[in-house]
Design a binder for this molecule. Structure first.
Ligand code: ADP
Ligand code: MG
Length: 421
């Protein structure tokens, strides 16, 4: 590459990619967590049975990174002891049914081994994929580490039962260690209800980072940029912005990356505070989009409805009833059948789990009963923009439409909404 083709901003942009697993000395503040995961799965290195682990924590707290890192280390150590160990990583927000997940496991294992049977991609059921999995495990491997990321998005927990009981059920002699990861702490109760004690497992909780840790995480990646692109206060500002709300490392890195993109698009030589502030908005929209990506269309409509009420109304929080009325209008606009009010209430509760909204009980006296008020933790404009990125919902009123609309009285509001569809 000649100097003229060189990217003026990024030197090694891949360092800012979410899936990038940095070397251990670039992983900040997770020594205890790394040790804990290693303790649970480490037995495979000696060809002994590993324990299963569930990791809980909000997004961007390093759960996926630590899991991949420790699993990789264990695999290497096992290999040098002559133990055949494989890692299979499944993103359950995509492989969100038992069939999809088992198919992915089977095909990933086939790729890594010399298994020569064909694995059909369609037309067969879960049982056939399990059969392939057991055969590959028995004939090619001593152990596997299975990372089930975003496991709360998986429709059924049967896969956990099948895999954790496989040895005692005589399906395979191979050791199977499962690392399950969930962004929702509430999934723990759901899991405890759904599975029995055969999924014996340790639980770990990852906490958000503070501004110092975020700074160090970003400093460890400054070689993603060309010399001179980052100013002296750039990282401090990104860390402060990311720490203020969520302590989310993904968002901190995302702000840095988006700021670089903005600088490049504007033909600027360095990242300015202005770029960072703009990038923060983009990063927040990315974050909301990602949090809602596994949810239903109704979850997005629920969020959109609350956000649009806040933009067009003069209040910060609204009752379930208010949100429901707006939601029904929006369903009509985009041509979806509305769920019931109780169904919508469940969607709102789900969003509260994800930390996008906050619901507080408020109440009337004893006779009136209490009711819930919902408010957004994040800027409503970011919600509107994030929901708009879903192409099946892009006929919803845009942010501009809503802002115009907020100046019009309620009576003519329906007409405005209709005309924008
Ligand atoms: N302790 C850390 N040190 C360095 N980078 C980190 C750390 N924790 C997270 N990151 C980076 O932040 C981003 C999000 O981390 P990730 O592991 O995907 O979070 P989670 O799975 O908890 O949502 C990734 O790019 C990851 O490399
Ligand atoms: Mg993750």
């Amino acid at each position: 590459m000649s100097l003229a083709d060189q990217d003026p901003i990024f030197a090694r942009k891949e360092l800012l990619h979410v899936g990038h697993v940095p070397e251990e000395n670039r992983i900040v503040g997770r020594d205890t967590e790394i040790e804990s995961v290693a303790e649970e799965i480490g037995a495979i290195v000696r060809d002994d049975p590993p324990n299963n682990v569930m990791i809980y924590g909000k997004t961007g707290t390093g759960k996926s990174l630590v899991s991949r890192h420790v699993a990789g280390r264990a695999k290497d150590a096992a290999g040098s002891n002559g133990v055949e160990c494989n890692i299979v990583y499944v993103d359950c927000s995509e492989a969100n049914t038992e069939t999809r997940a088992t198919r992915q496991i089977a095909t990933a294992l086939k790729q890594e081994t010399s298994y020569d049977q064909r694995i059909p991609l369609r037309g067969v059921g879960t049982m056939e994929y399990y059969q392939h999995i057991w055969r590959i495990l028995d004939t090619h491997l001593d152990s596997i580490l299975l990372i089930l990321d975003e496991i709360d998005k998986l429709a059924s927990s049967n896969i956990l039962m099948q895999l954790s009981r496989a040895r005692e059920a005589g399906k395979t002699d191979c050791y199977i260690g499962i690392i399950g990861i969930s962004n929702k702490i509430q999934y723990k109760e759901q899991l405890d209800e759904r599975i029995d004690s055969s999924f014996g497992h340790r639980e770990l909780f990852f906490h958000p980072y503070d501004a110092e840790q975020l700074k160090e995480i970003m400093r460890n990646r400054t070689d993603a940029f060309q010399p001179g692109v980052l100013g002296s206060g750039t990282i401090e500002l990104c860390a402060a912005l990311a720490a203020k709300k969520h302590g989310d490392a993904r968002k901190a890195i995302d702000i840095l990356k988006e700021a670089g993109e903005l600088a490049r698009r504007n033909d600027d030589e360095a990242i300015t505070d202005q770029h960072i502030k703009q990038a923060q908005n983009v990063a927040e929209i990315n974050r909301v989009e990602e949090l809602t990506s596994g949810g239903t269309i109704h979850a997005k409509l629920a969020l959109y409805s609350l956000a649009s009420l806040i933009i067009t109304g003069s209040k910060e929080s609204f009752s379930t009833r208010d949100v429901y009325e707006r939601y029904e209008q929006m369903c009509e606009l985009v041509g979806y059948d509305a769920v019931t009010e109780n169904g919508l209430y469940k969607q709102l509760k789900e969003q509260a789990f994800l930390g996008i909204i906050e619901s507080t009980k408020t109440g009337g006296g004893r006779s009136q009963g209490s009711y819930l008020l919902h408010r957004l933790v994040t800027n409503p404009k970011h919600i509107i923009k994030a929901v708009h990125r879903d192409s099946s919902l892009d006929t919803l009123p845009s942010l501009g439409d809503l802002q115009d609309f907020s100046t019009i009285t309620n009576e003519s509001s329906q007409a405005t909404l209709d005309s924008s569809s």
